[in-house]
Design a protein around this ligand. Structure first.
Ligand SMILES: Cc1ncc(COP(=O)(O)O)c(C=O)c1O
Length: 385
C-alpha cells in the first residue's frame, strides 16, 4: 500500500484522535503578516477571503464571512424572513447549531426523521410537514454527503419555501454536476477548528441576491453599513437590529492559506474515505455516508453502523488508543427542544444506539485507516461467529 504523506504526521504517542485541525502550511505566516498590519479585526483580508472563496469553492451567489457557522445560520433565517411562529422544517439529527437560531427568533423547528439509507433528512416526509406557516426548509449534508438538491429545490419551488442548506460538514458538494450553491437560496459554511477548511472559528453565508447581500453585511455588524461608515457618508442611524458577527482578518488569513491547499485537502479526505470504504466493505451497511448516483463530495465524517455493539466497540478502540464518538445527538432529546419534539422518528430510533464516528482528518495515514478498520472488524465480526 502506498503511503499518503502530503501533510505532517501525528506523533504516534498521541494515539489516533477522532478529529484534528488542518493548519495550512502558510497559515502562521499569513497570520503574522496580519498581526503586523493596521487591521487585525475585520479588514481587507476578510474581503479577500470572501472573494477567493467565491472564486474557488462556490458556483454562484454572494459571500458574507462571519465569526461562526451558527451566526451564518442565524442570518440565513432572518434573511429568509423568519418571525415569531414561523415554521422551519429541519433535521432531527444534526448539531444543535442548525436548530437553535430558529429559537433565537421565536420560530418553530419542525423536526424531520433521517432517511433509511443515510443520516440525512428523509425527503419523503417533507411534504407531510408543510403548513401555511412553513417558511423554509433547512437541511444538513451530514458528514459531507449531499442531499438530493434537485428534489429539494423542486419541493421548495412548488410550495414557495426558502431552501437553506447547512453545509457545515460539506465544503465541496455537487449534485448532477452542479455545486450546492446552484440550488439553494442560502448556503451556510462553518470554519470551526476541526472543519475541512478552518479559520479557528468562522463561517460563511452564501446569498443569491444583492439586497440579501447588503442586508446580510449590515446585520453582521450592528446593522451599520460599514463601507458607508468608513467613507464618512453613513447617516448615523441604525434601523435594523444587527449583531457582532463579522469575521476578523486574523481568521481570514488562515482561511486564505487553507483555500490555497484546498485541492490537496479534498483529495486526501476523498482517498482516506475510499480506503475506509474498501476496508469496511464486508459489513452490510458499512459507512453511513453513502453516496447516491449523481453526487460528488468531500467527506467530513466517517460514521458506521455498529449494529448494537457501539459501547463494546468504543471500549475496544479506546484500549487501542483510538478515539471514536457520536459527535451529534438527536435534537428532540434536548430540553430546549422539548416543546417541539413531536412526531415519530422511526429511522432515528433504529440507529440511535448504533451509529459511531471513527477518526477522520488529514493527519491520518492509510496505515492508520487500516489499523482502525482492523480493530473495528475484530469487534463487529464477533456478531457473525
Ligand atoms: C451541522 C452543523 N451546523 C452548524 C454548525 C455550527 O458551526 P459553528 O461551530 O461554526 O458555529 C455545526 C458545527 O459543528 C454543524 O455541525
Amino acid at each position: 500500500m502506498t503511503e499518503m504523506k502530503e501533510f505532517p504526521l501525528l506523533d504516534p504517542k498521541e494515539g489516533i484522535p477522532i478529529l484534528y485541525p488542518h493548519v495550512p502550511s502558510n497559515g502562521a505566516k499569513y497570520i503574522a503578516e496580519v498581526l503586523s498590519s493596521r487591521w487585525i479585526g475585520q479588514g481587507p483580508k476578510v474581503d479577500e477571503f470572501e472573494e477567493k472563496f467565491k472564486e474557488s469553492i462556490i458556483e454562484n451567489g454572494y459571500t458574507i464571512a462571519v465569526n461562526s457557522g451558527t451566526s451564518a445560520l442565524h442570518l440565513a433565517y432572518i434573511l429568509a424572513g423568519i418571525s415569531e411562529g414561523s415554521e422551519i422544517i429541519c433535521p432531527v439529527f444534526t448539531c444543535t447549531a442548525t436548530n437553535i437560531p430558529i429559537l433565537y427568533e421565536k420560530g418553530i423547528p419542525i423536526f424531520t426523521d433521517i432517511s433509511k439509507s443515510s443520516l440525512n433528512i428523509d425527503l419523503d416526509q417533507i411534504e407531510n410537514l408543510i403548513t401555511s406557516r412553513t417558511l423554509a426548509l433547512c437541511v444538513v449534508d451530514y458528514g459531507g454527503l449531499p442531499n438530493n438538491y434537485v428534489r429539494l429545490r423542486e419541493i421548495c419551488d412548488r410550495h414557495r419555501l426558502k431552501l437553506i442548506i447547512d453545509c457545515a460538514h460539506a465544503v465541496d458538494t455537487y449534485r448532477n454536476g452542479h455545486h450546492v450553491t446552484h440550488f439553494a437560496d442560502y448556503v451556510v459554511y462553518s470554519f470551526q477548528a476541526i472543519k475541512t477548511i478552518t479559520t479557528g472559528d468562522g463561517g460563511m453565508l452564501i446569498v443569491k441576491n444583492k439586497s440579501d447581500y447588503e442586508k446580510g453585511k449590515r446585520l453582521r455588524w450592528f446593522g451599520i453599513d460599514r463601507a458607508e461608515k468608513q467613507k464618512g457618508i453613513w447617516k448615523n442611524d441604525v434601523s435594523e437590529i444587527g449583531y457582532k458577527y463579522q469575521m476578523t482578518d486574523i481568521a481570514a488569513a488562515l482561511g486564505i492559506a487553507a483555500l490555497e491547499e484546498s485541492t490537496e485537502i479534498f483529495n486526501k479526505r476523498r482517498k482516506l474515505y475510499q480506503l475506509y470504504q474498501n476496508f469496511l466493505e464486508e459489513f452490510e451497511e458499512g459507512l453511513l455516508e453513502k453516496p447516491e448516483r449523481g453526487t460528488d463530495f468531500t467527506p467530513w465524517l466517517v460514521t458506521i453502523n455498529t449494529k448494537g455493539r457501539r459501547l463494546d466497540l468504543m471500549k475496544h478502540l479506546r484500549e487501542k488508543n483510538i478515539e471514536s464518538a457520536q459527535i451529534h445527538y438527536r435534537n428532540d432529546r434536548y430540553s430546549i427542544f422539548r416543546n417541539y419534539a413531536k412526531g415519530a422518528f422511526p429511522n432515528m430510533d433504529r440507529i440511535e444506539d448504533d451509529y459511531l464516528v471513527l477518526p477522520f482528518h488529514t493527519k491520518l495515514t492509510s496505515l492508520d485507516v487500516r489499523r482502525i478498520c482492523d480493530e473495528v472488524k475484530k469487534v463487529l465480526r464477533k456478531d457473525r461467529l
